[in-house]
Structures are given as C-alpha cells and as structure tokens.
Design a protein around this ligand. Structure first.
Ligand code: ADE
Length: 251
C-alpha cells in the first residue's frame, strides 16, 4: 500500500469537518493524540489534531513520520492577517516559514534556528501549488460553499488568495502594538499563527514535502478573539475541508 499523506489541523472544528469526508476510518492513539487513518478520493491519509503551539505541532509531525511513515504533510488552520490587504476570509498558502519568537542572539542572528544556519524553511513547491490551485477554486465560489447568509455575516464578498511568508510563535497576537512591531521587523510576513514553522522544521529534518494553508480569522489586533468560534465553525472549517478535498483530487 502507498504511504499516507498527513492532514494536520490545529483546531477541533477543522478536524471534524475533515473526518466527515474520510472513508474506512480507523483510530490509532499515540500518547494523548488520536490519529485517524482513512481514505479520501481513493488516497490513503492520516488526519490528526496537533493542538496549539510549536511544541505540540512538532511532536505531532514527528509521530506522523516515525509511527505512520507519511509521505507528505499538509497543515490546515487559521491565522491572523499581517500584510496589508490580507483580510479576514482571505486564504494564505505558505511559501516559507519563520519562528518570530526565536532569538538566540548574540550567539546567532535573531530568528536563525541554532545549528541549522537558517531562519526560513521552504514549503514544497509542487504540493504548495496544488494547494494554492485548490484554494483558488474554492474561493471562486464561496457563496456556493457557505451560502449567502454566512458570506454576508462575515463580509466575504471577494476573498483573495495570497502566497508567501507565514510566521509562527507561541503567542496569540491580539494587539495592534504587537502586530505593527511584527510587520515592521518582518515586512514580508503575510500572516501569523502558532504551529507552521515547527512542522516545517520537522519536515526539513526528515526530507518530507510539506505545505500549509491558513484562513485569515482576524487581523492580529484587539478584535482577534471576537467571533473566533463562529468564524471557525461557519467559515474556516468549511474552507479547510473543501480546499483539502480539491487538492487531493489534483494530486
Ligand atoms: N491564529 C489565528 N489568529 C491568530 C493570531 N492573531 N495570533 C496567533 N495565531 C493565530
């Protein structure tokens, strides 16, 4: 049998929407996590909830390699928008990741991962392109996916796809002061979240292709936590399942 593709979600609502699509499901518990083996569009997959933060994400990714021998990993989740023009309801497909809270200076330059000689980890070009094309297709008909009411409630009239740098750190960024500081220090950053760079580093260690998609749930400012749960349930989890489905059809 071919090696499975891993689908990692940070939030329960997204995993639920994904599990609804899997056939021939079997659950395997490793430590505190449930790993769901199944098939989607005829392809073997393993879906799992990473939980939140870089350590949880790195542990999950390592188990996926060591215990499930996955061939590729895709991360799906939400993120705070940083770049100008990266609005709530938009989607970002990562080209590369960086840990914005990593600083071993003066021993190493700020953001550099000690003993790797680099601060950025690239995603896989082929997997990332398939994910971006899938996201583009889904965004072209959000009314069809979510219905008129949700599109109006969340002002999703013309959601856009962005590709570029996503930054990760063990902080939920919820103040204008902090998001402006991040934008000034890392002007290329499109979005901020709490897991992607950790998974990217594990995939780099093991030579596993990795791609990630994030729906923008907030602008990383004082309103970041408002309506977070409703947005997750009504928008992000539906985007995720639709985008991953469309991507798997293309692989
Ligand atoms: N995930 C979603 N929104 C976020 C934010 N503002 N900061 C960090 N992670 C996030």
């Amino acid at each position: 049998m071919s090696q499975p593709l891993a689908i990692i979600s940070a939030m329960e609502g997204e995993l639920r929407a994904i599990l609804e699509q899997l056939t021939h499901q079997e659950m395997v518990r490793v430590g505190p996590r449930d790993f769901w083996r199944g098939h989607w569009h005829g392809q073997p997959v393993v879906a799992v909830l990473s939980r939140i933060g870089k350590v949880a994400a790195a542990t999950t990714a390592t188990v996926l390699v060591e215990r499930f021998a996955v061939s590729r990993m895709v991360f799906t989740g939400v993120a705070g928008g940083l770049g100008s023009g990266v609005a709530v309801g938009d989607v970002v497909v990562a080209k590369r990741f960086l840990q914005h809270d990593l600083d071993a200076s003066p021993l190493f330059p700020r953001f550099e991962v000690p003993l790797y000689g680099r601060s950025h980890f690239d995603t896989d070009e082929r997997l990332g392109s398939a994910l971006a094309q899938a996201a583009q297709t889904v965004l072209a008909d959000v009314v069809g996916l979510l219905g008129e009411l949700a599109v109006r409630e969340f002002s999703l009239t013309a959601p856009r796809l962005h590709r570029g740098l996503i930054i990760s750190g063990d902080r939920f960024v919820s103040s204008t002061r902090e998001s402006v500081a991040l934008q000034q220090t890392l002007p290329d950053a499109l979005a901020v979240e709490m897991e992607g760079a950790a998974v990217a580093q594990v995939c780099h260690d093991y030579g596993i292709p990795f791609a990630a998609v994030r729906t923008i749930s907030d602008r990383a400012d004082e309103g970041a936590h408002r309506d977070f749960k409703r947005f997750m349930d009504h928008v992000a989890s539906r985007y995720s399942a639709a985008i991953i489905s469309e991507m798997l059809r293309r692989l």
